[in-house]
Ligand binder design. Sequence first.
Ligand code: CA
Length: 241
Amino acid sequence: MTGPSLLIVEDEEPARHALAEYLERRGYEVHQADTAQEAIRQWDAHRADAVLLDLGLPDLDGVDVIRRIRREAVTPIIILSARGDERDKISGLEAGADDYLTKPFALDELNARIRAVLRRASGASADAAGCLRLGPIELDAVRHEVRVAGELVRLTPREFELLKVMLANQGRVLTRARLLRAVWGLAYADESSYLHVYVNRLRRKLSAALPADNAASLAELIETEPGIGYRIADHESLPFR
Ligand code: CA
């Protein structure tokens, strides 16, 4: 029996083979492509459970591959990107990718990220009553209440919306523009400093409800990705339980 299937899109052959070999040993069924055209062909043929995508491909832009997949499916996509390609990573995340890794990366880290996006894809962040949970945080979208370790935390409507978007995207990287658009609307997409202030206020309010040792690790729930946005933890990757 094979595990989840992966599509690796990478034009550098040694790198692609090393990834494929490592992931096959971890029990994944692996498909490979070395161009964007081949990636789309493989995607159409196999509908992999997750896609690992190098953005610098010889024929089309890797972002075109993301758009093509997103027209049809919410399949997790992890960008494999060269150092310094911040703009590319942001366009990839904006086009719907879930996460990114900067080359060179540790294979164990890749495996952890794949597991996180596969968990996210299997759903289950909101329960039947519409509550979103992450570690000690519980957001009740119906009652408009947030509790941390059972204690009610007072948030402004914007802070509440921001936390809601974050909790609904556990295990993903959210760009600043995406968060700004989701919470404040299109006109605010460039107001990064604005977002920074709100995120810090949110972290402060949430951690105030926790004992000091747990409060420190709360920062890891909403991790800053410099130049990109924020990474939201998920249940499995939480520093505390
Ligand atoms: Ca490349």
